[in-house]
Design a protein around this ligand. Structure first.
Ligand code: FAD
Length: 426
């Protein structure tokens, strides 16, 4: 170790919602900090384009957290209007469905036992008889919303996610998700504690200090908070020396869910004409859940400036496209979208002004959308989160959140919690 090298109190790996949130709490207590971030920007999965399009998260599920309200962030309520579309080989049937939540509500009536956890499917088959239609809604929710494999995901994971959404309310932050982060963490961002373009490769640790290697440089600290996504931790592209068996064990019960989200900015006039012809009763919709299509759900976002149609491919279908190039994904999803709306593909381009897409699975510093748990996976991860390793290494992030795992507010909360744990350990 270079005797002149500074030793920070804490090095934080990753400048997503979790890392920034932990940094804010530690900075309040005057801890010396360094945040190392692989990308050329902060925010991680929070990625708002200059025209307001959200490549990553866009909804606040349930009531907005108090913190957002205190910061006077404006929201728009997402209309809770659902349509189900059955795509048959030659036609598509659309049914307005005011009972979309019913089969999901039934899961809430059967809470899994607190002590044991099991995979969702057997738990589900023990429930009162569900119709094929209800089963389709439930599978589509698991693959689409939870971004999980219904055969592997734990019953508690499904139950907890549904419970956190029980109000069925959702909001769009009016000025974009990235602005929320910038507003909450402006002091941290201004203080110059963040090093961008610095992908961490190795973490050497012993009972005295931690050495973090990135860009052929070494950084030293008393403690490290790791907020790298589960997909990155599982890929082993970041090495811990010595290895951490508890981490390997915990990661074996958690998977990174895959999602493909493509945003079509629509030509308003063309789209409105289509709506008038297809939905003669002047009906509208917010969400269209599609059966028999690789795209499990679409939704519309209509603002003063633009009208976006978002195509969302759930976990299992997204996994099938794992080795597709970006261009092939966009082409394939565009074709399938045109089919659902029964628009000849050669005409589809006239409906579209712009297509936006970020390949989260192909992003080497994210490697997926958000995590889901196999049975008891949540407990193992949270144990690691609460105890840390030898008072030196700590883990946090959306997957480690006690509440609202897989969300931005869950990540912010996880950052706050880990900061408390680390502060106590000094
Ligand atoms: C398509 C999509 C849609 C979503 N929709 C919603 C939604 O509507 N609502 C909602 O609440 N949530 C949603 N989410 C989930 C939400 O985005 C995440 O839960 C949250 O942003 C995770 O924050 P985090 O800080 O834990 O992780 P991240 O934001 O992933 O931060 C981790 C950081 O670590 C960095 N990193 C990785 N490897 C290295 C390395 N080797 N060295 C240094 N840095 C590294 C990454 O670049 C990243 O900046 C969505 C996610 C996706 C992908």
């Amino acid at each position: 170790m270079n005797p002149d090298a500074p030793i920070f109190d804490v090095i934080i790996l990753g400048a997503g919602a979790t890392g920034l949130s932990a940094a804010k709490e530690l900075a309040k207590k005057n801890k010396s900090l360094l945040i190392l971030e692989a990308h050329s920007r902060i925010g991680g999965r929070v990625a708002t384009c200059p025209n307001g399009i959200e490549l990553g998260p866009e909804f606040i599920h349930g009531s907005p957290p108090k913190l957002y309200k205190q910061l006077k962030i404006r929201f728009e309520r997402v209309p809770d209007v659902h349509v189900v579309a059955f795509k048959e080989p030659d036609f598509v049937v659309w049914i307005k469905n005011s009972r979309y939540w019913d089969p999901l509500d039934r899961i809430l009536k059967h809470p899994p036992k607190k002590q044991t956890d099991y995979s969702f499917m057997p738990y589900f088959s023990r429930m009162e008889q569900a119709s094929d239609f209800e089963k389709k809604i439930i599978s589509s929710y698991i693959e689409g919303f939870i971004a999980a494999d219904p055969q592997k995901v734990s019953a508690r994971n499904v139950y907890d996610t549904l419970k956190s959404e029980a109000s069925k309310k959702a909001y769009w932050p009016s000025t974009g998700y990235e602005n929320i982060l910038k507003k909450i963490f402006s002091r941290i961002i201004r203080k110059g504690m963040i090093r961008l373009n610095t992908p961490v490769k190795k973490i050497l640790w012993n009972k005295n200090f931690v050495e973090v290697k990135a860009n052929d440089q070494s950084f030293f600290s008393k403690k490290v908070i790791n907020t790298l996504p589960v997909g990155v931790l599982k890929s082993k592209q970041v090495k811990f020396v010595p290895q951490i068996l508890q981490l390997r064990n915990a990661l074996s019960s958690v998977e990174m869910g895959q999602i493909i989200k493509i945003i079509f900015k629509l030509r308003k006039s063309k789209w409105k004409k289509w709506m008038k012809e297809q939905l003669p009763k002047n009906e509208s919709f917010a969400f269209i859940h599609v059966f028999n299509s690789p795209i499990c759900v679409f939704w519309l976002r209509n603002t003063e400036k633009q009208l976006d149609l978002i195509a969302w491919v759930g976990h299992l279908e997204a996994k099938k496209m794992k080795n597709y190039s970006k261009a092939k994904i966009v082409q394939y999803v565009s074709r399938e979208t045109a089919k659902v709306f029964e628009i000849p593909f050669k005409e589809w381009k006239y409906y579209i002004q712009q297509i936006s897409f970020h390949h989260w699975d192909g992003d080497p510093f994210i490697k997926g959308a958000y995590a889901y748990f196999k049975p008891n996976g949540d407990k193992k991860l949270r144990l690691l989160n609460k105890k840390g390793i030898s008072h030196k290494l700590y883990f946090a992030g959306e997957a480690f959140a006690e509440d609202r795992a897989g969300t931005v507010d869950g990540a912010i909360q996880s950052g706050k919690e880990i900061a408390k744990i680390v502060l106590k350990s000094f």
